[in-house]
Design a protein around this ligand. Structure first.
Ligand code: GLN
Length: 491
C-alpha cells in the first residue's frame, strides 16, 4: 500500500485486513516527508515544502504498534485506526513543541493534549507531527511564520494559503491522510482551496477549542483537512461533541455525518448570493463556480438567488473584532510563564517589553496595535462596539437567507494562489484575500471548501459551501455532490 492517494476508509480497512500495518503506513509517510518536505540535505530550499515544524515519531509508532496489536487480535478497530494525521502547531500535543509559528513560543512544550488531538488518538489515529502556520494564525499565505514559508505542493513558487498553510500542504503532498487546522477568518477554507484539498469549518461550538492557542476566541474553530468529503465527515464525527473543558462547546452530540452522505441531494435548495459575484472575482474562478452551480442543478438541486446585503462590511468588521480579541489574548505572552524571555533586561517592565519586542513578528505586532486601538477609551464605541453590531447584522443576513435555501454556494477565494512574496508588503491586499471567508466566521455558521477545477495554468480552484449552525450533515452531502461532479467530465 502506498501513501499516495490513500483515504481513511482504505487505510483502516487495509490495517484491519492485515494487508498492511499501521507501522508500515507511518513509515511510508515519514519516508515521503523526509524526501519531499525538506530541508534538502545540502541546505538549499530546493523544492522543500516546509510543512512540518516537528515530527512526533515516538508517539506515532507507539500508537501504530497498539493498533497493529488490536488488528492481530482480531478486535474491531476504531474509525481512524492506523490513519496518519498531522496537527497544526497551534494545538497542544503533550510533550511536543507548540510554537504557533512564533519565536515567542520557541521551546514551549505543553504538558497536555488539546481535546481535538486526544479525540483523534482515541479513535485510532497515528499522530505524525506538528505543522507550520502563520504566526498565531494571523495571515493568508503562511509567509508570517517565524519558521519560513510553506510552498504550495501543486505549484512550488506559489503560497499554500494561510494561516493553516502547512495543514493544507501536508494533505495535498500526501504527507498525511488528514490534518487538523484552525479557522478564525478563513484559515482552513482558503488554504484548502489554494492546495486543492477539502477543508471543513465546523459550526462555532461544534468542536472543542480546549488546548488551542487562542487568536480570537469568539471566532477560532478547529476542523479537518482531507482529500475527500467522506474523510472530512469521518474526522468530524470523531471531533464533534460537547467538552466540559471548553465552556463554548455546544451541548449537543455529534450527528452521523458519514451516514448522512448516502442521502440524495435532489431537492436541496442551493442559494447563490449576488454579493459574492461582484467585481474583483477572477474570471476563471467565476467560470468554475458557475459550472459547479450548473452541476448542482443537474444533480436535482434547486438554485435560488439570494442576497446577503451586509457582505461588504464583513472584512472591516472582522479585522476590528479579530484584532481586538488578539490584543487581549496575546497579552499572556510576556516572558514570564512560557517561551522566549529577553536576556538583556534589568527591570520587570523592560523584561515584558523586550521579550514581546523580540518574540513577536511584524504582523502580530500590527494586529496587537490595531486591536488595542479599537478597544481603547474614546475609540471603543466607534470601532469595537460598532463592529459587534455589524456582526449581528451579518448573522441576520445568513439567518434570513437560510429561510429560502438549505446551503449557500460561493467562490472561496477572489484569486487563485498567488506567488510567494507577491503580497507580503501589502497588508490590505492580503486582508482582501479573506473577502469570501470572514462573513461565515463572524456568523458562526459552518462552511467547507471543495476542489472544483483548476486554472489554465493548473492552479487549484475551490468552491465554498455554507450551511446553517449545526447543518454539517447537509453541508457535507452537498459537498459530496460537488466532488462527484468533478469526477465526471463535462457533466
Ligand atoms: N487571514 C485571516 C487573518 O489573517 C484569517 C486567519 C485565520 O483564519 N486564522 O486574520
Amino acid at each position: 500500500m502506498n501513501a499516495v492517494g490513500l483515504t481513511i476508509d482504505a487505510a483502516r480497512a487495509a490495517v484491519a485486513a492485515q494487508t498492511t500495518t499501521a507501522t508500515a503506513l507511518a513509515e511510508q509517510h515519514y519516508t515521503r516527508i523526509a524526501k519531499i518536505d525538506g530541508p534538502l540535505s545540502d541546505g538549499t530550499p530546493g523544492d522543500a515544502i516546509n510543512s512540518f515544524l516537528a515530527l512526533t515519531r515516538d508517539r506515532a509508532f507507539a500508537q501504530a504498534e497498539r493498533i497493529d496489536q488490536m488488528a492481530a487480535r482480531g478486535e474491531s478497530l476504531p474509525p481512524l485506526a492506523g490513519v496518519p494525521i498531522a496537527i497544526k502547531d497551534v494545538l497542544a500535543m503533550r510533550g511536543a513543541p507548540a510554537t504557533a509559528g512564533s519565536l515567542i513560543l520557541k521551546g514551549y512544550r505543553p504538558p497536555y493534549d488539546a481535546t481535538a488531538v486526544s479525540r483523534l488518538e482515541a479513535a485510532g489515529a497515528v499522530l505524525v507531527g506538528k505543522l507550520n502556520c502563520d504566526e498565531f494564525a494571523m495571515g493568508s499565505s503562511n509567509e508570517n511564520s517565524a519558521y519560513g514559508p510553506v510552498r504550495n505542493p501543486r505549484a512550488l513558487d506559489h503560497v499554500p494559503g494561510g494561516s493553516s498553510g502547512g495543514s493544507a500542504a501536508a494533505v495535498a503532498a500526501h504527507f498525511a491522510v488528514a490534518s487538523l487546522g484552525t479557522d478564525t477568518g478563513g484559515s482552513i477554507r482558503q488554504p484548502a482551496a489554494f492546495c486543492g484539498v477539502v477543508g471543513l469549518l465546523p459550526t462555532y461550538g461544534r468542536v472543542s477549542r480546549y488546548g488551542l492557542i487562542a487568536f480570537a476566541s469568539s471566532l477560532d474553530r478547529v476542523g479537518p483537512f482531507t482529500r475527500t468529503v467522506r474523510d472530512a465527515a469521518t474526522v468530524l464525527e470523531v471531533l464533534a461533541g460537547p467538552d466540559p473543558l471548553d465552556a463554548t462547546s455546544a451541548d449537543r452530540p455529534a450527528d452521523s455525518y458519514v451516514a448522512a452522505l448516502d442521502q440524495p441531494v435532489a431537492g436541496l435548495r442551493v442559494g447563490v448570493p449576488a454579493e459574492y459575484f461582484e467585481e474583483g472575482l477572477d474570471p476563471e474562478i467565476r467560470a468554475a463556480i458557475e459550472r459547479t452551480i450548473d452541476q448542482l442543478r443537474h444533480a436535482g438541486c434547486t438554485i435560488v438567488p439570494i442576497s446577503l446585503p451586509h457582505t461588504r462590511y464583513a472584512i472591516p468588521t472582522y479585522y476590528v473584532i479579530a484584532t481586538a480579541e488578539a490584543s487581549s489574548n496575546l497579552s499572556r505572552f510576556d516572558g514570564v510563564r512560557f517561551g522566549h524571555r529577553s536576556a538583556d533586561s534589568t527591570t520587570l517592565s523592560d523584561m515584558f517589553r523586550h521579550s514581546r519586542e523580540e518574540g513577536f513578528g511584524p504582523e502580530v505586532k500590527r494586529r496587537i496595535l490595531l486591536g488595542t486601538y479599537a478597544l481603547s477609551a474614546g475609540y471603543y464605541d466607534a470601532y469595537y462596539a460598532k463592529a459587534q453590531q455589524v456582526r449581528t447584522l451579518l448573522t441576520r443576513d445568513f439567518l434570513a437567507a437560510f429561510r429560502a435555501c438549505d446551503v449557500i454556494v460561493s467562490p472561496m477565494t477572489p484569486t487563485p494562489p498567488f506567488r510567494l512574496g507577491e503580497k507580503v508588503d501589502d497588508p490590505i491586499s492580503m486582508y482582501l484575500a479573506d473577502v469570501y471567508s470572514v462573513a461565515a466566521s463572524l456568523a458562526g455558521i459552518c462552511g467547507i471548501s471543495v476542489p472544483c477545477g483548476q486554472t489554465a495554468t493548473g492552479l487549484p480552484i475551490g468552491v465554498q459551501l455554507m450551511a446553517p449552525h449545526f447543518g454539517e450533515a447537509t453541508l457535507l452531502r452537498a459537498a459530496q455532490a460537488v466532488e462527484l461532479a468533478q469526477a465526471v467530465p463535462n457533466s
